[in-house]
Design a protein around this ligand. Structure first.
Ligand code: PA5
Length: 442
């Protein structure tokens, strides 16, 4: 692939001295070697092996086969039923690559997400797909749950399958269940004759976007899986490079960690692309659940965590930047800039309008957003607010594949520096158990 398309990390405004950074980065060597070893063979013995998903030909073959098979049905809708790690990744990549207004652009297959148990949301989904079903159109339902027992997912799945049954005698061929092999959900799906797609046992929900969890729905939408995977593979090699100066995940994790030690326990991902907002939400889960922990690896109480926030440029310059520049200096910001948008739009040259705002006539929108970006960078620099910059060439599958894999490896390194387990979520399970107790009592 073209080197120009490589993700770039710029750290000159991180406000961390080179000596300090060198020391922290050195601490990561052991973990870098561990990931390097894991990357040498495709086996799922450790949760870190999710980095190998893009290399797993067997798995990819099965996913591609299911995509081809279900595309033959010409579905006019795909409904993704899942929550958290089971839907945020697909939504994030879909919006980044295909745009936030994907459904309104009349694609062959529109996509709807059923995540929480909100009767209005589910009613709206029903109101959209029932006329299509009545009209004889096809609707795919992809139920996704790693554990196979998440209340919200099972409730929504049951409602939607019931609707599908009303209109399709052979309803089972429109249903795909993605889960751990032999989970309750998996076994139920196999009994019903639904298509099943496996999540490798050791792969944790929020690191699973490059398994069938993300790839199946994305493939149905027409995302180029091959390029997405290639981007993820290429960045993996850079992110397990023992030459830490060239390793973007190690650099980013070290900087986030150093700023946490310096009382900056908020990390703001400031994306200069509205289509990437859901990538920010996906990263919220990745950082929030992975790093927010009560105990360290030795089971000692530590109560660590970084609060992730998402901002969109230039939208949030008009709502949040007053706080960011003038308020408490408690945040590290990662700016994400996309160098090239797909569309090129120019402002017309109209005398009357030049009186309203000077300097924009006949300019491309890209050059205006670039000027705004430079303005923000300068303002942060003048105010001595620490930041990192990530530059993406574009929002193609290849570039987005690089970004998400880079962030998943960054969080693994961050977990290592914090000496906590970045792969469990014991306190998410707390609410799940309590909910089940309440519902079973009722
Ligand atoms: O990262 C995680 O494991 C969780 O946040 C899950 O993604 C979320 O709770 C959904 O769980 P499941 O995929 O088991 O339905």
């Amino acid at each position: 692939m073209d080197k120009m398309k490589d993700l770039k990390i710029i750290t000159k405004d991180s406000l961390v001295s080179n000596d300090d950074l060198r020391d922290i980065k050195k601490n990561l060597m052991k973990e870098i070697f561990r990931l390097k070893n894991i990357n040498n063979e495709i086996e799922y013995k450790d949760p870190r092996s999710s980095i190998n998903l893009p290399y797993d030909h067997n798995l990819l073959e099965k996913i591609n086969k299911a995509i081809e098979e279900k595309k033959e049905l010409n579905p006019s809708y795909l409904i993704v039923v899942g929550i958290g790690g089971s839907n945020l990744g697909a939504m994030a990549i879909q919006e980044a690559v295909l745009g936030k207004l994907y459904n309104q652009l009349n694609p062959k297959t529109k996509v709807l997400y059923a995540d929480t148990v909100d009767s209005d949301l589910i009613n709206d989904i029903i109101s959209i797909i029932e006329p299509a079903l009545k009209n004889g159109e096809n609707v795919l339902i992809n139920g996704i749950s790693k554990s196979g027992g998440t209340t919200e997912t099972v409730a929504n799945f049951e409602i939607l399958i019931d609707l599908l049954k009303k209109y399709k005698k052979d309803y089972n061929k429109y249903v795909i269940v993605t889960s751990d092999k032999d989970s309750k959900f998996w076994n139920f799906a196999a009994n019903e004759g639904f298509t099943t797609l496996e999540i490798p046992n050791e792969v944790v929900g929020r690191y699973s976007v490059l398994s069938a969890v993300g790839l199946f729905p994305l493939g149905i939408m027409g995302i180029n899986i091959k390029n997405l995977i290639q981007g993820a593979k290429d960045i993996t090699q850079r992110c397990i490079d023992e030459n830490i100066e060239k390793n973007p995940a190690a650099i980013s994790a070290s900087l986030i960690f150093m700023h946490y030690k310096d009382k900056k326990n908020i990390h703001n991902t400031f994306l200069f692309s509205p289509d990437m907002e859901s990538i920010g939400k996906w990263y919220n889960q990745l950082m929030g659940e992975s790093i927010g922990k009560e105990f360290n690896l030795k089971d000692e109480p530590v109560r660590v965590g970084i609060t992730p926030t998402v901002s969109i440029g230039s939208t949030d310059l008009h709502s949040m930047v007053q706080l960011y520049l003038a308020g408490p200096n408690d945040k590290l910001t990662t700016f994400v800039k996309v160098r090239n948008n797909k569309a090129e739009i120019k402002i017309p040259n109209n005398e009357d309008y030049s009186k309203l705002v000077k300097g924009i006539q006949e300019k491309k929108l890209q050059s205006i957003i670039d000027a705004i970006y430079e303005g923000v960078i300068k303002a942060y620099r003048n105010r001595k607010r620490a930041f990192i910059e990530i530059h993406l060439d574009d929002k193609t599958e290849y570039s987005i594949g690089q970004f998400i894999q880079f962030k998943m490896i960054e969080i693994m390194y961050l977990g290592y520096l914090f000496e906590i387990n970045p792969f469990n979520q014991p306190n998410v399970e707390e609410y799940k158990t309590e909910t089940k107790i309440i519902l079973e009592k009722e």
